[in-house]
Every structure is written in structure tokens, then in C-alpha cells.
Design a protein around this ligand. Sequence first.
Ligand code: FES
Length: 211
Amino acid sequence: MAFPYNEKVLEHFRHPQNVGKIEDADGKATEGSPACGDMVAVYIKVDPETKVLNDVKFESYGCASNIATGSIITQLAKGKTLSDAKKITWKQASDELGGLPAIKAHCSVLAVEGLRAAIRDYEERHGLVTEREPTTEAVIKRRLRHVMNPLRGLDVVRTDLIKEIEVKDGVVRIVADLAADHQFAPVIKADIAEKIESLWDVKQVVIEFVG
Ligand code: FES
């Protein structure tokens, strides 16, 4: 069988650039791929005046394609403004890598979405989001699709971990089908809170475990 990766992909996989965590990141996001259940975390440092990405780092819990794409998009994004970095596409990342096997497209999509979500996180925290969609149950559900259920390696919505979502007067109540003292409960709780709290019209997030 021919090896699926070209030299450039392998080079970025073996020696990925910008790997790691930025402790005092201005924006961060963890994205999970619905296709394979893998995850990527992206951290950004932003110049408050120029809105230029001074630093971009990533941690990948995915495959070689994901690591290589993380390496290339962090390189592409560094030094760009937020709005230019948002325009980086997975196709561009894949082209830059000299092409990825078609079956691996979702891996580069995951890395690019991680970058976009980290930018979005920064924008939300700094009041830069202009189109203010009111938070509804559907919005919460969409966000929760990016929270992994570590028990199953897929998101908490598709694994039916979320039993109830209620949005009322800025208070979001989420009921999860897991014992409150389960070893993963604190992680899942923190992940959910992180994804929901930054929404502009959310005042409080209440997460209940009823397993
Ligand atoms: Fe999951 Fe590539 S197979 S990120």
C-alpha cells in the first residue's frame, strides 16, 4: 500500500510548529470532530490595538493530518489580523501542505475550526461580535456539539448525555445524564460552562447531573 502522506505533511507531523498551550491566552477553544471524535485545542494572543495575532499555539489529540494542519494554520495565522485569520480555509491549509488524502479532509477542517472558534471566543469576550443571535435551545445544542463525552469519544449531544436544555431570562439550565460524583462530571461541567458562559445574553449557567 502506498503511504498516504506526502513529505511536507510528514515533516509537519514529525516537527510540528507552535505546539503547546498559552497559559494567559486571550482566546481559546477546544473543538471536537464529529467525524472521528478527535480533538484540537487552539490558543491565541491578540494585540489589543491592532487585533493582530501575536501568537497562536495548538494541542492536537488527533491524527497526523490534524497535527500537520495545526502546524500549518498556526504558521499562516500568526501575524495576521483576526479578520484575515478567520478567512483561512481548510482547503488553503491542505494546499499549503501539498494535499491531504480525501479521507482526511475532516482533520484539517477540525484544525481550522479550532482556530476560528478561538478567534470567536476572543471576539465574544471583547464585545466584538456584531450579529447578536439570541441564545435559544438550538444555539446551546449547537455549542454542546463541541463538548466531548470522554466516555464515548463523541460529543455530548450525539451520545445522549444531555437530557434537557432550558433557556429562560438569561439563565441556561442543562441536565446531564451522569452521576454527579462520576470522575468525568467536573471536566464535562467545566467544558459546558466554558462553551455557554461567553454567549452575550447568558447571565448564568446551571448544570445538573442526574445519572
Ligand atoms: Fe481524527 Fe484525523 S482522524 S483528526
